[in-house]
Design a protein around this ligand. Structure first.
Ligand code: ADP
Ligand code: MG
Length: 594
């Protein structure tokens, strides 16, 4: 493609697939195959929703068939009984799907991830029986005589025109998802599976994003159901049963739950296999029945064991979500928050306490950080430094005590609220999204400085903001000496650079206070020196920093003030010189470390 059109940007190459769709129907394919491909397109749409929900978001749903049913039944009922145009009922169906997805999602997702699969099974079953028992919906016979889709009198609901409609929709759906995953909202979504704590600390409302992807997946299913109803010309409950809910999940897993194109691959394999097995198995077994389900079950186990990323991963690793923005150099800088004046008390920790059962991990600790100061928090392993960080940043709830930030009480606030006020942190055990680039990971730090949501991202209306976010991310990576790793996958970095990436991510949120938990662990000598330089530079710009660090040379070199902890208690505090001279501190370190 790029050879044919040398000036055509590569990232647009995929849109040529849209032109291929009408070309396929010109091929001398038998009608049977067009029909099969129409079904595959319909299934793909549902499976795509599951790629987002399960593959990317880590949330399993067996209930997608029920959402397909809502789309199908809403349109069937409204067109047959109320005389609506099918082009209007799609919106009603989507609204009903949205409301039910919000309800199911909101009720179950706030508890814990494990409730969702169970809840979706219950949801799938109850909707199936509802559809089968309501008189208005024709009970198990369903609704007959659903009108076909027509456009200016032209029947587009069958055969080849329907092929163009279905595959046009499916491809647009795929593009929308690809756009979404490569966006501000998408980066937050990609953090849901394994890094919610970090995402919350960057200001991401993870519950809202979980409900959001549940809603999007439901609406993909709904569109498929709407198309299905007008293609079949009749609806009844059986295609929306739990069996199909499981089959959709099978398609997504088979194709590769992490890849948008995996959804289409999975739908294709499943449909072809199903057709073959339905002919073959009854011959082998001697009686008729849906034995293909058994084969699917066995295959599901095998795929999960031997090909956990699905069939698409064999060819698809080259097509993983790719960040498209690269021309951020002239983007406008993001606005910055007003910073505290030099010397102003930024953080005031008063008698904070944390008990884990009988263990007092943090025992009534008090200290202050002033603007433009680097305060060190040191002490032997297990002294309670990281726990203190978690109390200050809202990752853990306090047993007692109070925390004030920039003059306001933030005791008991969530880490997301605290992030909003301008406190940012790194983690002792690096928390990142390994299959995202370093630049994207860092851009997640600027989450609160953007506002484009899912719909803007799907329609690619977020370009300007994306460029501004990436400009900021790149700026902090350069500043910290990580520019050369910008486009590496974060998971491929060595430990030292991973920590630097976390610092850049924290800086990207434009904080007034930075909390660094052992930033120099795993860094080489030169990297440590560079880090010290960056910390000094930040201080000279007025940044306040709370630093937990074991490298005493670095601590003594850069801090203005040091708080020493031992066994959860406050041992002493003072200037680096005072701490170095202290017998108590020496004893504490000698007592627990060699
Ligand atoms: P440091 O960062 O100073 O090395 P930590 O704050 O990680 O120390 O730990 C302080 C103490 O609290 C340790 O004894 C640790 O085992 C304990 N601790 C930390 N987190 C938990 C937890 N989630 N549950 C129970 N005990 C914990
Ligand atoms: Mg620690």
């Amino acid at each position: 493609m790029t050879k044919l059109f040398p000036h055509f940007p590569r990232q647009y190459a995929r849109y040529f697939l849209l032109l291929l769709v009408p070309l396929v129907v010109l091929l001398p394919l038998p009608d049977f195959w067009i029909t099969q491909l129409n079904y595959i397109g319909l299934y793909s749409l549902v499976a795509m929703g599951l790629v987002l929900l399960t593959g990317v978001g880590g949330l399993t749903s067996f209930g997608q068939a029920a959402f397909v049913g809502i789309g199908a039944y809403t349109s069937a009922y409204m067109t047959v009984n109320l005389g609506w145009s099918p082009w209007a009922t799609i919106f009603v169906g989507m609204a009903i799907c949205a409301v039910s997805a919000l309800l199911v999602g909101w009720l179950t997702l706030r508890m814990s991830g494990h409730y969702l699969p169970l809840a979706t099974i219950a949801w799938g079953l109850s909707l199936y029986y509802l559809m089968g028992n309501l008189d208005a919906l024709g009970k198990y016979d369903g609704i007959l005589g659903v009108p076909t889709l027509s456009l200016f009198g032209w029947d587009v609901g069958q055969g080849r025109p329907f092929f163009v409609l279905v595959w046009g929709t499916a491809l647009c759906g795929a593009f929308a998802l690809i756009h979404l995953l490569d966006s501000r909202t998408g980066r937050a979504i990609r953090a849901l599976k394994s890094a919610t704590q970090m995402a919350e600390a960057m200001g991401v409302n993870t519950l809202q994003h979980k409900v959001g992807i549940f809603l999007i997946a439901a609406n993909y299913a709904c569109v498929s159901g709407w198309l299905f109803a007008h293609f079949q010309r009749t609806v009844n409950p059986s295609p929306f049963s739990l069996k199909f809910g499981i089959e959709y999940l099978f398609m997504a897993v088979l194709g590769g739950v992490g890849h948008v194109w995996g959804a289409i691959t999975g739908a294709l394999f499943t449909k072809i296999m199903e057709d073959q097995l339905q002919v073959l198995l009854p011959k082998l077994i001697g009686t008729s029945g849906s034995y293909e389900v058994i084969v699917f079950g066995i295959m599901l186990v095998l795929v999960l064991k031997y090909l956990p990323d699905g069939a698409w991963s064999i060819v698809g690793h080259r097509f993983a979500v790719r960040q498209r923005v690269n021309n951020w150099f002239n983007a406008a800088p993001l606005p910055e928050r007003s910073k505290p004046a030099m010397g102003e008390v930024v953080l005031e920790v008063s008698k904070v306490r944390k008990e884990f059962g009988g263990l007092v991990a943090v025992n009534d600790i008090s200290f202050q950080v002033k603007a433009g100061q680097i305060v060190g928090l040191i002490g032997p392993n297990g002294a309670g430094k990281s726990t203190t960080f978690n109390l200050v940043t809202g990752v853990l709830g306090l047993t007692s005590g109070a925390v004030r930030f920039r003059g306001q009480d933030i005791t008991g606030h969530s880490s997301r609220e605290i992030a909003t006020r301008g406190m940012s942190r790194t983690f002792q055990h690096v928390k990142m999204i390994p299959d995202m680039t370093v630049l994207e990971n860092v851009a997640l730090g600027a989450h609160l400085r953007g506002e484009a949501g899912a719909i803007k991202a799907m329609l690619r209306l977020d370009k300007d903001e994306e460029r501004r976010l990436f400009r900021e991310a790149a700026r902090h990576l350069e500043r910290i000496g990580m520019a050369e790793h910008m486009h590496d996958l974060a998971g491929n970095l060595a430990m030292g650079p991973q920590r630097l990436m976390e610092i850049a991510r924290a800086l990207c949120s434009d904080p007034a206070l930075l909390l660094l938990d052992e930033p120099a662990a795993g860094l080489r000598h030169k990297e440590k020196q560079a880090l010290a330089g960056v910390l000094r530079q930040l201080r000279s710009e007025g940044m306040s920093i709370l630093l937990v660090e074991h490298d005493m040379d670095l601590v003594m070199d850069v801090t203005d003030h040091i708080v020493v902890m031992e066994f959860g208690t406050h041992l002493m505090e003072g200037t680096p010189a005072e701490v170095q001279a202290s017998e108590k501190v020496r004893a504490a370190y000698l007592g627990t470390e060699h």
